[in-house]
Design a protein around this ligand. Sequence first.
Ligand code: SF4
Length: 390
Amino acid sequence: MQDPALAPIAEKVYAGTRLSAEDGMVLLQTRDLHTLGELANFVRRSLHGDTAYYNVNRHMNYSNLCILSCKFCEFHRKPGQDGAYEYSLDDIRKQAQTAVDSGATEMHIVGGLHPKLPFSYYTDMLSAIRETAPQVHIKAFTAVEIVHLARISKRAVRKDFAGAVRAVFEDLIEAGLGSMPGGGAEVFDDRVHDEAFRGKIRSDEWLTVHRTAHELGLFTNATMLYGHVESLEDRIHHLCMLREEQDHAIENNFKGRFQTIIPLPFFPDGSELQHLPGPSGVDNLRMIAVARLMLDNFPHVKAFWIMQTLPMAQVMLDHGADDIDGTVVWYDITKVEGTDTHQEVTVSDLKRAIHEAGYTPVERDTLYRHVERDGAMWKVAEDAGQAVTA
Ligand code: SF4
């Protein structure tokens, strides 16, 4: 251990004691990346051994039209702008059929806050997928989209925010929603919010949406977009707020919970913040490790290879990550330099990457149940329960 400041934190980690926000700050600032990775790997291996999860999924970004203009976002377009698009229900059915044909277990669906589409478009979208691809799990809509849907469905968002959100979820669940992704959290801080994504919901609303989903039995994920205008304190504060929210779900025995934290590096290119350098490789490794160590009540940490790159995701498996996500096709949200938005790897690529990193690849479904597969045919393994709870 090169950094003596890590010694008391290491003692806590080995004893299973919760780390404080101050500990988190020490971890984020240490230059002893080796020890930091070792500590995160200790927790990761205690929870998951040498298992590394991947899944076979399809991403669908149904429209890039958005009423907001977050500074870090290069995805959104305004009506009439070059590159603006929206999927028809027929397009959506075709995507669902492609998901079935390719053996996907999940469709991951997010989009912009469309200025015109009615609420029925979203329930029709889910129903169309349900009909076309009954076996495929639908993970859809970030908290920001859920609030947008509450507004366009004329629910009393101002008077009764939680009630409006609950009503929207009830309709979406009936139409086929299976779980929620974790996007739109960015960084929970009002200064950062006002500077980089004004107009988006604030942290209290994001957390209320996820709490409501958990109460209704939906599993959700959480992200943190780092490396833009936030401070290191903001990052730790964000993780602590997520940890508290998960405590709340556990203490109240909600059927739904957060499953996975997904730290997402900010990509400056093409955004209004392109003068910023964006996070470095070291910062990315550090963030994965710190997320693993601070979020002691989250079962999973994902190294989202689309944004981290597959080689980096391999290294991250040794720094706290236990999941590298899926075979993803057409991920429009973030364009990694040197690629188009068609980002796909085969199952063999993912398995080989995991093997090379020294781990055992295990295919999971959205709820981390193990999957048995024969080509495009698959089923949840018979002895599969909820894989691991932290
Ligand atoms: S981040 Fe989401 S809400 Fe913000 S502009 Fe982009 S698509 Fe719209």
